[in-house]
Ligand binder design. Structure first.
Ligand SMILES: NC(=O)c1ccc[n+]([C@@H]2O[C@H](COP(=O)([O-])OP(=O)(O)OC[C@H]3O[C@@H](n4cnc5c(N)ncnc54)[C@H](OP(=O)(O)O)[C@@H]3O)[C@@H](O)[C@H]2O)c1
Length: 353
């Protein structure tokens, strides 16, 4: 007889996971043994720095020990060193590997980059941390839409000049229709937040499944018609071949003039050249962006100096609780795996998100 508390899942921390969080996972799911050696992983430089310090180099012996540890896993917490090639190596070296959870929410792209074949992709369940970042990103989306609604650039320009202008009107969220593009973990939180502030919320869907707080579901092929009727657009989609430049010249030409944009999913979803044109023509009055087509945003990008753009360097999801949230997600999914239940945020290994 196997004791209920006897470890039944050997989970290796393949990225720097703080000791208290290793223990937390083992407390939350005692059937999991978290195998870790903190001396073998690259140390974090800040919160949720899962790839760790690039200046930290393993000796050949340490590298061998790290690979042996990783290759002994039933499950991996994180892709080794957040390196798709290291993932491919261990998938091939370790036939017992059953589950890999990426620490990134957009980890589908990393799985794709590993270049695994169909049999390897089908043998292992890959999950991401998608869903754990919903609350902070919904706050950023609210912050961005508010900044546009209250005309933050105008306020800051007047303040810089010590200028007291004629009074001007500000827009109110509770008078707005907000379109949330993508209703996954982040989109659902955005819908909840804008609904709570009194906005009418529309959301795009492929499945048609109702989402709390969404007043109207918009089939994706009606996006161009829909944007003509909304005051703000919040883009939360992942970056895939299918979503690439989904918010392109056609959508941006159709928006209601003065619409506000917030971008918190993946930068590749928005065609930045088309966005700059829409900003210059006043069709988009303000864009609050946490994600960009190329990151870091190149110094030459016109977005940097655009007076109606707020740039956040892909940092809006980062919170002091992020590592703990991801550890809790891992523990919850370990329980599901051991109980034969479906896991959260399973990577679609066709579209890779
Ligand atoms: N700013 C940041 O720091 C940050 C943090 C976390 C995540 N992200 C990014 O945000 C993305 C979304 O995160 P999430 O947690 O919301 O992920 P999620 O829960 O997996 O949701 C993704 C949503 O995108 C939809 N979708 C996927 N492909 C689509 C397509 N071709 N057309 C239309 N809809 C499509 C999915 O629709 P179905 O339900 O129909 O499949 C799902 O609703 C992540 O992939 C990541 O790249 C950014």
């Amino acid at each position: 007889m196997v004791e209920a508390t006897e470890p039944r899942l050997r989970a290796v921390a393949a990225v720097p996971l703080a000791e208290p969080l290793c223990r937390l996972i083992e407390e939350l799911e005692p059937r999991v043994q978290v195998v870790r050696d903190h001396s073998l992983v690259h140390p974090m430089r800040g919160p949720a720095d899962w790839s760790g310090d690039p200046d930290h180099v393993r000796t050949p012996e340490q590298q061998r020990a790290f690979e042996e540890m990783v290759d002994s896993a039933d499950a991996l917490f994180g892709i080794p060193d957040v390196d798709p090639q290291a993932l491919a190596r261990t998938v091939r070296a370790n036939p017992r590997l059953r589950w890999v959870m990426t620490t990134a929410a957009g980890g589908g792209a990393q799985i794709k980059a590993a270049g695994l074949d169909r049999a390897e992709l089908d043998r292992i369940v890959f999950t991401t941390s998608a869903g754990v970042h919903g609350a902070p990103l919904a706050e950023f989306a609210v912050f961005g839409v508010l900044a546009g609604a209250k005309d933050l650039p105008r306020l800051q320009a007047d303040q810089r000049e010590r200028r007291w202008p004629e009074r001007f009107t500000m827009r109110q969220i509770d008078e707005m229709t907000v379109l949330v593009v993508g209703l996954g973990g982040i989109g659902a939180e955005c819908a909840r937040a804008f609904h709570a502030l009194g906005a009418r919320v529309w959301g795009t869907t492929r499945t048609g499944t109702p989402v709390a707080g969404v007043d109207r579901l918009i089939p994706l092929d009606e996006l161009v018609e829909a944007v003509a009727h909304v005051d703000a657009i919040v883009v939360t989609l992942p970056g895939t071949e299918q979503t690439h430049h989904l918010i392109g010249a056609d959508v941006l030409a159709a928006v209601r003039p003065g619409a506000i944009l917030a971008s918190v999913g993946r930068g590749t979803v928005i065609d930045e050249s088309a966005l700059l044109q829409a900003l210059d023509e006043g069709r988009i009055s303000f864009a609050a962006m946490d994600v960009f087509e190329v990151e870091p945003l190149p110094a030459a990008s016109a977005l940097w100096s655009h007076p109606r753009v707020l740039i956040s360097p892909h940092t809006a999801a980062l919170s002091t609780k992020e590592e703990e949230r991801i550890a809790r997600r891992f523990a919850a999914d370990a329980t599901r795996l051991l109980d034969g239940s479906p896991l959260h945020a399973v990577v679609d290994t066709v579209e890779f998100y």
